[in-house]
Design a protein around this ligand. Structure first.
Ligand code: GLU
Length: 428
């Protein structure tokens, strides 16, 4: 997905190997951690509403579970690739390790476009996915969650199928479930809020008043929407949002130089994050080309969509005013662009730290499910803020102390934790 000439798995391996060199990681650990532990590839036959049967391709990839059960979302996307899921599973390992939660890394995907499937077809697809995978996931094995274009309802259908097959209730087997059905309050907000907790701390370190900043956002799915909500509630101004229009099969940037009203924009988006073009124009938004979000004169760029969006080609358009890049998406920046970001002195909040709020709240969801006692939203968000703030400062301080790029500092912490777990278990 994203820019086609970049392979996210190659990027993930390159990032890992660079830091493995820096910390002198032994070759056996390097060999183990530079690839997934297990992969499941399977077909999912689904009875369609028109009476035909369509076969979808599903995947679940477990990168590493030395620190705890594998954890990670299942994404639905027509252009999903095995290599993207491999990369995402690897990034999940680092993500759980950098925020220090006792989980490993995994990721799943189904090549499909849920926007074109009826509710019944989506339900049969979710149940079919679990039928193929039920022996290889579970609360102590591998715990799925939502990701791009999958949601709480999908997770609940999946859990129901899992519990039907196993014959008991295992609420901790899947996270991101609807509230009241084993879901945690705050899970919907968690990833986007986590992005902004990181941003708030970065701006404090840079001595910048958040209320005087402007930002441009790519994407308007769950992560982007809640990042925008919290950022604007802290006084920041979002001047541009770019998102995919599935009718036109094109992306657009919606701009309002005096600041977009996030409540209003959210009220005209569909459940897949597409903003209604006509309604946005009626609200007074300028309609620009999809890639123009990156060239806005703002202080902060928030890529919260897909991989490979900030490349050397697109980076030349980044305004000199930009001081912070906050990677809400997984893998939005290609490795060949990191040098350019460093040269410009832009402060980068790396993806697997920046967007770790979702999985951290998933972990809280599991804890609550295991206790069968649910916390109020304030408590969830307070615990989330603490975890994210602590992780941010650990990365920031290491970067400062050792003069490292923030992405590398996050990798050093995460790789060291996973390498230690692997060694303590006696795998190496
Ligand atoms: N899909 C989210 C991520 O990429 C959340 C994963 C989870 O909650 O397990 O971090």
């Amino acid at each position: 997905m994203g820019h086609t000439s970049y392979n996210p798995y190659e990027s993930a391996k390159k990032q890992f190997n660079q830091v493995a060199d820096q910390i002198g990681l032994d070759s056996s650990t390097r060999e183990l951690l530079s690839q997934p532990s297990r992969e499941y590839h399977f077909t999912i036959p689904v009875k369609m509403d028109d009476g035909t049967t369509k076969t979808f391709n599903g995947y679940r990839i477990q990168h590493n579970d030395a620190r705890g059960p594998a954890k990670g979302g299942i994404r639905f996307h027509p252009e999903e690739t095995v290599d993207t899921i491999r990369a995402l599973s690897m990034w999940m390992t680092w993500k759980c390790a950098v925020v220090d939660i006792p989980l490993g890394g995994g990721k799943g995907g189904i090549i499909c476009d849920p926007r074109t499937l009826s509710k019944g077809e989506q339900e049969r697809l979710c149940r079919g996915y679990i039928r193929q995978l039920s022996k290889n996931i579970g609360p102590n094995l591998d715990v799925p969650a939502p990701d791009v274009m999958s949601n709480g309802q999908h997770m609940l259908w999946m859990l129901d199928e899992y519990e039907t097959i196993t014959g008991a209730r295992y609420p901790g087997a899947i996270t991101g479930k609807p509230v009241g059905m084993g879901g945690s309050l705050g899970r919907t907000e968690a990833t986007g809020y986590g992005v902004v907790y990181n941003l708030r701390e970065a701006l404090k370190e840079l001595n910048i008043d958040i209320a005087k900043t402007t930002a441009s956002l790519q994407g308007f799915g769950n992560v982007a929407e809640y990042a925008a909500r919290l950022y604007t509630s802290m006084g920041g101004k979002i001047v541009a949002i770019s998102c995919w229009d599935n009718n036109d099969k094109a992306a657009y940037t919606y701009r309002k130089l005096d600041g977009l009203d996030i409540d209003k924009i959210a009220s005209i988006k569909d459940s897949f994050g597409t903003i209604d073009k006509q309604k946005a124009v009626d609200m007074g938004c300028e309609l620009l080309k999809g890639d123009e979000w990156i060239s806005q004169d703002v202080d902060i760029l928030l890529p919260c969509a897909l991989e490979n969006q900030i490349t050397p080609d697109s980076f030349v358009k980044v305004s000199k005013q930009v001081k912070v890049i906050c990677e809400g998406a997984n893998g939005p920046t290609t490795p060949d662009c990191d040098e350019l970001i460093k040269e410009r002195g832009i402060y980068l909040i790396p993806d697997f730290l920046c967007n770790a709020g979702g999985v951290t709240c998933s972990y809280f969801e599991q804890v609550q499910c295991n206790m069968n006692y649910f916390w109020p939203k304030e408590e969830v968000l307070e615990k989330l803020d603490q975890k994210m703030t602590y992780a941010f400062h650990a990365v920031h301080n290491l970067a400062k102390e050792k003069n490292l790029y923030t992405r590398d500092a996050a990798y050093v912490i995460a790789i060291n934790r996973v390498a230690e777990a692997v060694k303590l278990r006696g795998w190496i």
